[in-house]
Design a protein around this ligand. Structure first.
Ligand code: SAM
Length: 163
């Protein structure tokens, strides 16, 4: 498979998962946390699929002159490990994390901190969608929507109890 095909399949999985979660989030209060703004493509999708839901965006490097950005109060610039520090525990309905670089030595390190951060921020019953696995005792793998093969993108649900 070419890198282009791999990218397309990954983005299709991301879109299909977020569309599937749009029908599941109504009972879970709280904002959506979008970790990794990039060019804002996923942010644009989220704001269309979850109208009326606040979306807080975390990005270490914001590209200037993008056609749209989140409102300034919803854009937290810096490493999410720092900028999410002030957020309350168990307050988010959905965390979407798309922060892989494609560089194995860098991405391998995500497992040391991202699952714990997501588990802390998610409300009980809230969902996480991520480009990498989120192994954590408080996060249960959630079934993928039909047509999304295992291992391409990951969905988890926050179990009840403290983070
Ligand atoms: C794959 S891109 C995200 C693409 C995005 N979903 C879109 O629609 O364009 C990953 C982004 O995550 C950001 N990022 C990586 N590590 C981060 C961190 N620790 N904190 C905040 N942002 C981070 C990078 O700067 C990059 O813009």
């Amino acid at each position: 498979m070419s890198r282009l095909e791999s990218f397309i399949r990954r983005m299709s999985a991301q879109r299909d998962i977020l569309d599937d979660l749009a029908g599941r989030l109504d009972a879970v209060p709280g904002p959506i946390l979008e970790i990794g703004f990039g060019n804002g493509r996923t942010y644009d999708h989220l704001r269309q699929r979850f109208p009326g839901r606040r979306i807080l965006v975390f990005e270490s490097v914001v590209v200037p002159d993008l056609p749209f950005l989140p409102p300034p109060e919803d854009l937290l610039v810096g490493d999410v490990r720092d900028t999410a520090r002030h957020l309350p525990d168990a307050g988010a309905a959905l965390v979407h994390a798309d922060i892989e670089s494609g560089l194995a030595d860098r991405d391998d390190g995500l497992g040391h901190w991202l699952p714990a951060l997501v588990a802390r921020l998610l409300a009980p019953g809230g969902f996480a969608a991520s480009g990498c696995p989120l192994p954590h005792p408080r996060l249960a793998p959630h079934p993928l929507p039909p047509g999304v093969p295992a291992g391409r993108y990951f969905v988890a649900r926050r179990l009840p109890g403290p983070g």
